[in-house]
Ligand binder design. Structure first.
Ligand code: EPU
Length: 444
């Protein structure tokens, strides 16, 4: 069964939407729970395919996980870690599961973790993770597609990252929690998810300072001094940015709850320059609106606090109908313009040259059948469908389900005409047009 979205464009979004817990944070928090010999509870855990995969990874190591969808919480009892192997079958489904390497090294001083390989958006190497672990004293062998890391003890040291890699910072932070002495990570990533992981680890008894700056110091503590705790994940800044863009894209006006505006400063600034209005209603609630055709602008994706690469495809979609020409430079990934051919099929005027894209605003996009090539490109095509005249079918929803919980319901609550269907239900209504199918099923 292949599921698709059918979207009827042209609706103005209004109302209220609430953002869930940060996917890119919660995945690392789940991995970090294996440092504790006891039951840890995490709140604000969205129900996503990627979360399921990470829970499977740690269950496979011996942890016991209970997810409560209604409460959006998970209890993880990692008293018994009986395996040190993260299998290819699981790691290949989600490269973020490579984070288990650092967690296992902290807990067991040995780990066998499948190498994740490349992915659609780029090469995504893990060399900094490996070099950092070696600097901490681990012996590393790469055999049969697996990294085998082992150490009688890890000893704190200075580690300089060539690029402020999010995953490497997190893996090395996790590995250093129980190392002897202090570890200093220089040119560390500064993303809010790094701060969240450090705060979580400190709640469990770790001693980490400097997270959120380019220099993080992890003072090693004894494994047995770590203890269970309860913790609430930060809101997902990329989901928040996605809804902000969707509201702006449809010239709507709506409230977004459970957002930390400070995590989106750069993106907010660009939206405002495009003509959007963003008002702070409460500390974690904003009102977003846009009335006129957007102004074009240029931007370069950069590590936090720069323009987030995870919102690049979504911002490109807005530029497709802007007033003028905008130039986008993608500086983090080699291949993150996968949305371009589909946006062109919807009428966008985009010229791509390596990691630069020149987007010339057109008056309207028109609906077409398109396919998500990765999570954020998929979300961008959904927004394009909301902007377009007529019907858009977005295929390959499994990419979108990795990172957006109840995406279509949240959009539908804002007034979007969007419906998930599978080939079976589509064939059952094969003579219907999109709009009639949406009406037959009672609207969305
Ligand atoms: N890099 C290396 N060597 C390394 C590590 C990274 O060359 O050892 C390169 C990568 O190839 C990439 C760049 O450094 O070109 C940045 O990679 P980084 O390690 O910072 O990214 P990541 O940890 O793999 C996380 C998010 C991504 C997000 C990036 C950048 C998670 C699970 N993923 O990936 O999120 O794009 O940081 O902000 O946290 C998404 O949610 O759609 C997504 C892709």
């Amino acid at each position: 069964m292949t599921e698709k979205f059918r979207i009827l464009g042209g609706e103005t979004l209004k109302g209220e939407v609430s953002v869930g817990g940060a996917k890119n944070s919660v995945l690392k928090l789940i991995a970090a729970t294996i440092l504790v010999k006891g039951a840890t509870k995490i709140y604000n855990v969205p129900h996503l395919t990627d979360v399921d995969i990470m829970l499977n990874v740690i269950s496979d190591l011996g942890a016991h996980c209970t997810y409560d969808r209604e409460e959006q919480s998970v209890i993880i009892d990692a008293h018994n870690i009986s395996s040190i192997t993260a299998k290819y079958e699981l790691v290949s489904k989600m490269r973020a599961s490579f984070i288990i390497l650092g967690a296992l090294m902290s807990r067991c001083k040995e780990a066998i973790v499948a190498l994740p390989g490349g992915c659609a958006i780029g090469e995504r190497r893990v060399d900094f993770h490996i070099k950092g672990l070696e600097a901490l004293g681990a012996k590393i062998k790469i055999e049969n597609g697996y990294v085998h890391a082992k150490a009688s003890k890890l000893v704190g040291t200075d580690i300089y990252l060539d690029i402020p890699s999010v995953g490497a910072t997190e893996n090395l932070m996790l590995a250093s929690v129980t190392a002897e002495g202090s570890t200093r990570i220089q040119n560390a990533a500064q993303e809010p998810e790094i701060v969240d992981l450090a705060n979580f680890l400190n709640t469990l008894g770790a001693d980490i300072v400097g997270a959120g700056t380019s220099e993080i110091i992890i003072n090693g503590v004894k494994l047995d001094s770590l203890h269970p705790a309860e913790y609430t994940t930060i809101p997902d800044r990329i989901e928040a940015g996605t809804f902000m863009a969707a509201i702006v894209a449809t010239k709507g006006k709506a409230i977004i709850k459970n957002v930390y505006p400070a995590h989106l400063t750069f993106f907010n600034d660009k939206l405002i320059k495009m003509g959007a209005s963003i008002k702070l209603v409460e500390p974690t609630t904003i009102e977003v609106s846009c009335r006129n055709r957007f102004n074009s602008l240029n931007f370069v994706t950069q590590p936090y606090p720069g323009f987030p690469t995870d919102l690049q495809a979504i911002a490109m979609t807005l530029l497709t109908t802007s007033n003028g020409v905008g130039i986008i430079t993608e500086s983090l990934y080699e291949n993150r313009f996968m949305q371009v051919p589909d946006l062109r099929r919807m009428g966008a005027d985009i010229h791509q040259d390596r990691n630069h894209a020149i987007v010339k605003g057109v008056k309207n996009l028109t609906g077409a059948t398109v396919a998500a090539s990765d999570l954020r490109a998929g979300a961008a095509l959904v927004i394009a469908g909301l902007m377009a005249n007529g019907e858009t079918i977005v295929e390959k929803l499994h990419h979108i389900d990795r990172g957006y919980e109840d995406f279509e319901y949240k959009l539908a609550n804002l007034g979007a005409k969007i419906k998930r269907f599978d080939d079976v239900s589509f064939n059952g209504n094969s003579a219907d047009t999109a709009s009639s199918i949406i009406n037959i099923k009672g609207g969305v």
